[in-house]
Design a protein around this ligand. Structure first.
Ligand code: IMP
Ligand code: MG
Length: 198
């Protein structure tokens, strides 16, 4: 059913903005099932503690958590790095810490996207100091061309080209997170600017 529902799903876009589907919802779901099996194979007998980064990683976390068999718990952390632009400031700040200790736990950091790597570098350093038993990283999307910090993910959903994407948790100025697919955002800068001036 490739095209059915696509029309209905088309969100009303802001003036000067359009989104082209890159990875469909069903493809995302199939890949998450495979990642969940892979994670459980790597840690067959361990309770797993998923730590997701708000807000972008939330849908990935909830779908992944429900697909991993056995004991799973989760927690959330929030950092700010991007502001309201499509360009990273490179600065990472902790805005909400975890509720519980991760000491001695098998922790999987669940992130929406690995871009420059600055966010993950910051988080991995922070978490390592708290002495987890294992510390692994799962990202839905990886943009390897954009990497600045020397970090890598253990589990990657999809490697994507260097384009600004939205949907499935990823936002542009807090919008588009609710799209069930991942799409490339295009901005007609003149139109968008006009709309912002109104
Ligand atoms: P990094 O620190 O540059 O790796 O960026 C990580 C964060 O930047 C992600 O968790 C996202 O919130 C945001 N980000 C990076 N690339 C994109 C994108 O293409 N669309 C939306 N947000 C992005
Ligand atoms: Mg994020």
């Amino acid at each position: 059913m490739p095209n059915r529902g696509r029309k209905q799903r088309k969100n009303k876009k802001a003036p000067g903005e359009s989104v082209k589907i890159l990875i469909s919802g069903p493809r995302i779901q199939r890949r998450i099932q495979a990642l969940a099996r892979q994670i459980r194979r790597d840690f067959p007998d361990e309770p797993l503690h998923l730590v997701s980064v708000l807000k972008g990683g939330v849908f990935f976390l909830t779908d992944l958590a429900r697909s991993i068999s056995g004991e799973v718990s989760f927690d959330f952390i929030a950092v700010s790095s991007y502001g309201h632009d499509t360009h990273s400031s490179g600065q990472v700040r902790l805005t909400r810490d975890l509720d519980s200790s991760i000491e001695g736990k098998t922790v999987i950091v669940v992130e929406d996207i690995l871009d420059t790597g600055m966010t993950l570098q910051y988080l991995l350093k922070l978490f390592q100091q708290r002495k987890p038993k294992h510390l692994r990283v799962a990202v839905l999307l990886d943009k390897p061309d954009r990497r600045v910090a020397p970090v890598r993910a253990d589990y990657v959903g999809f490697s994507i080209p260097n384009e600004f994407v939205v949907g499935y948790g990823l936002d542009y100025s807090e919008r588009y997170r609710n799209l069930p697919y991942v799409g490339v955002l295009s901005l007609d800068s003149k139109l968008a600017k006009k709309a912002a001036e109104k």
